[in-house]
Ligand binder design. Structure first.
Ligand code: PLP
Length: 388
């Protein structure tokens, strides 16, 4: 072999995701894992049964259609009409993907040329940086700053250059829990129209909003033809292992994304697509009680973190709470999170890894609250040792 590094330059520095590292630490130490955001109880029994039925009856056990099964595309289209009064033609405007993760990857690979600039909120969801890099494009962070984590729209305007191709939005935002307001969305949409930018919006937490409301930016004037909306069943139905996601946009955009998706996975998760088609048609009571339950868990963990001495930034959505460790006289969140399992048997994620600006997130730590009440109570009581 030549002395050339095996990992190509585009992926240099992306290493192992922090979630793999911290989940391994949780397993090795037996600590409570409030790091990675996956629920510790599965979604609705009826939806699980629908998957079993599909498997038994031979639905989706062989390659399903490339764009996704018609039943699921129709259910996605109906869901957008039911919740947001948005209309997407299930035959041309919807594409089923292997989770939102593949939707993001395929969208970036399809829409970006090498050298294009992508403006995205920092702290980033970690796959954004990787997908932008794999497409050979350049990420330009718009830093969300504590305590409110609201985007500075003047700063956004200033970051737009002739090379800017795309705005990558995420609302509700992981990890900060920020939910864009109608005014912010309008201002962002106006900039996108003025500068003729594409907008990609990751809405996987659309049903987990506790303050304010979720409105897809695709609904705003001038946005429909330039917006790719992405969502997923993982967070909404507590089946993160099924990896059923989707892309919604005008036909030409979906067709571009489908071109990339075809050669990434071709298709995915046949029987689960049938089950998620049923899940999307669950009555409002499901969505309402899921949200109410998670709101209660947010408050449960938030109170515990306050009692333990953290500065707590109340999230408006998602299932994460961002905290600050400055009250403990500590600054380096990475060191803090590595030591936390030994100190008190809890795993959390250092937000610093989601920032390009090394100072912006230096003292922030993220906890997830999508866990059983007894787990959250036990974690809160363990964390109280930090206060003494
Ligand atoms: C979990 C998550 C995803 C990935 O969704 P999958 O459907 O599991 O691939 C994408 N974006 C954000 C912001 C997430 O939190």
């Amino acid at each position: 072999m030549s002395g050339r590094p095996l990992l190509n330059r585009r992926l240099d520095g992306l290493g192992t995701t922090i979630f793999a590292e911290m989940s391994a630490l949780a397993t090795a130490t037996g600590a409570i894992n409030l790091g990675q955001g996956f629920p510790d109880t599965d979604g609705p029994e009826s939806v699980r049964e629908a998957a079993v039925r599909a498997l038994r009856e031979g639905h989706g056990n062989q390659y399903p259609p490339g764009p996704g099964i018609p039943e699921l595309r129709a259910a996605i289209s109906d869901h957008q009409r039911r919740f947001y009064d948005l209309s997407f033609d299930p035959d041309t405007d919807v594409l089923v993907t292997a989770g939102a993760t593949e939707a993001i990857a395929a969208t970036m690979l399809a829409l970006l040329e090498p050298g294009d600039e992508v403006i995205a909120f920092e702290p980033f969801y970690d796959s954004y940086a990787a997908c932008i890099a794999m497409a050979g494009a350049k990420r330009v962070p718009l830093t969300l700053r504590a305590p409110s984590f609201r985007p500075d729209l003047d700063e956004l305007r200033a970051k737009i250059t002739p090379r800017t191709r795309l705005l990558l939005l995420n609302t509700p935002h992981n990890p900060t829990g920020m939910v864009l307001t109608a005014e912010e969305q309008s201002a962002i949409a106006a900039l996108a129209v003025e500068h003729d930018l594409l907008v990609v919006t990751d809405e996987v937490y659309e049903h987990l909003v506790y303050e304010g409301t979720h409105r897809p930016i695709a609904a705003l004037p001038g946005m429909r033809e330039r917006t790719v909306s992405i969502s997923s069943a993982g967070k909404t139905f507590s089946f993160t292992g099924w990896k059923v996601g989707w892309v919604m946009a005008d036909g030409p955009l979906v067709s571009a994304v489908r071109t990339a998706k075809q050669y990434l996975t071709y298709v995915s998760a046949g029987p689960f697509q049938y089950a998620i088609a049923e899940a999307l048609r669950l009555p409002d009571a499901y969505f309402d009680s899921f949200r109410a339950d998670l709101r209660r868990k947010r408050d449960l963990l938030g109170d515990g973190l306050l009692a333990a001495g953290f500065e707590v930034y109340q999230p408006q959505g998602t299932y994460f709470i961002t905290t600050d460790i400055t009250p403990f006289g500590e600054k380096d969140t990475y060191a803090f999170c590595r030591a936390l399992p030994e100190r008190c048997g809890v795993v959390a994620i250092p937000n610093s890894v989601f920032y390009d600006d090394p100072d912006a997130g230096r003292s922030q730590v993220r906890f997830t609250f999508c866990k059983r009440d007894d787990v959250l109570n036990e974690a809160a009581s363990r964390l109280r040792h930090l206060a003494s």
